[in-house]
Design a protein around this ligand. Structure first.
Ligand code: T3D
Length: 267
């Protein structure tokens, strides 16, 4: 079976390419491969920057919902503690610049991964979707902190609860991405930027990242842990089961409006 993550080198830049068609949904294997590659990027002194990009039609649709449905009944808290939580912390703690090159769609946990990178370039036409509420879940993968940090609390609340997509141009205007480029220039522009950063003062860039982490997200580890707690509650609801089932059956979800169902009873 082909690897879901291609790892290549371009000089001092480690290039990580998501490769799980059609939409690079995050399977357990893909998430573990990303964790392993980032660990390697941290240890390898010849790696001075990381570029995270994707093959196929989308950067990533987030958690693979087929796989999630298959592990129905298992604790989402345990799942997150094994998968996205360490990945988000790794991205923030890696003291080397990480650039994400985004195209197609960026949804759910993949949005969290993109937001945890240091810089984001998006191809024109990229759609961003918070995603979680679409399948009866609450934000995880650091999204509850990173999204409002970048786009503001009011907007983040709106997009998290309506699950409406926002465009690359909106993402640029709201500070979610740093640049928007024509789709056919995404890879070369992202690589050129990664090369430029790789030629920079590595220690200073790493310390800059450490300072920003401390100033703005000193409690990130507690945040992702709480997200996992919340997701454990959401993951046990009929709403979540219905949300996933409806997505996979390509129909609108039925959350029992008018049937007197709903509500979590608090956290
Ligand atoms: O513990 C935990 O893990 C909980 C954590 C969860 C973290 C999350 O990420 S929750 C959010 C999960 N993601 C979503 O809900 C997004 C679902 N996908 C979409 O909304 C759309 O597919 C996209 C906006 C990403 C892309 O739209 P589009 O029109 O380009 O593609 P499509 O036609 O919807 O999808 C193409 C195929 O990919 C399709 O399959 P088919 O018909 O060709 O056989 C679709 O079912 C499949 N697909 C899309 N997203 C996923 C997926 N398959 C598995 N998992 C997916 N997330």
């Amino acid at each position: 079976m082909e690897s879901p993550l291609h790892i290549t080198r371009d000089g001092a830049v480690m290039v990580l390419t998501l490769n799980h068609p059609p939409v690079n949904a995050f399977t357990h294997n893909l998430t573990m491969a990303l964790q392993k590659a980032l660990g390697q990027a941290g240890r390898d002194r010849t790696v001075r920057a990381v570029l995270l990009n994707a093959a196929h039609r989308a950067f990533s649709a987030g958690q693979d919902l087929t796989e999630l449905q298959a592990v129905e009944g298992e604790s989402l808290r345990a799942h997150l503690q094994q998968t996205y939580n360490p990945l988000i912390l790794q991205l923030r703690r890696l003291e080397k610049p990480v650039i994400a090159a985004l195209h197609g769609a960026v949804a759910g946990a993949a949005l969290g991964v993109a937001l945890a990178c240091d810089l984001r370039l998006a191809a024109e036409g990229t759609r961003f979707l918070v995603g979680f509420s679409g399948i009866g879940l609450a934000p995880d993968s650091g999204v509850s902190l990173l999204l409002p940090l970048m786009m503001g609390f009011g907007r983040a609340t709106e997009y998290a609860i309506t699950n409406r997509p926002f465009t690359a141009e909106e993402a640029l205007a709201w500070g979610v991405v740093n640049r928007v480029v024509p789709a056919d220039r995404l890879q070369e522009t992202a690589l050129a930027w990664a090369q430029e950063l790789a030629a920079g003062p590595l220690t200073a860039l790493g310390l800059t990242k450490r300072a920003l982490n401390r100033a703005l997200m000193p409690h990130l580890e507690a945040v992702v842990d709480y997200e996992a707690h919340i997701q454990d509650i959401a993951g046990k609801t009929a709403e979540h089961r219905e949300g996933v089932q409806a997505f996979l059956e390509k129909r609108p979800p039925n959350y029992g409006v008018g049937e007197g169902r709903g509500g979590s009873g608090g956290a």
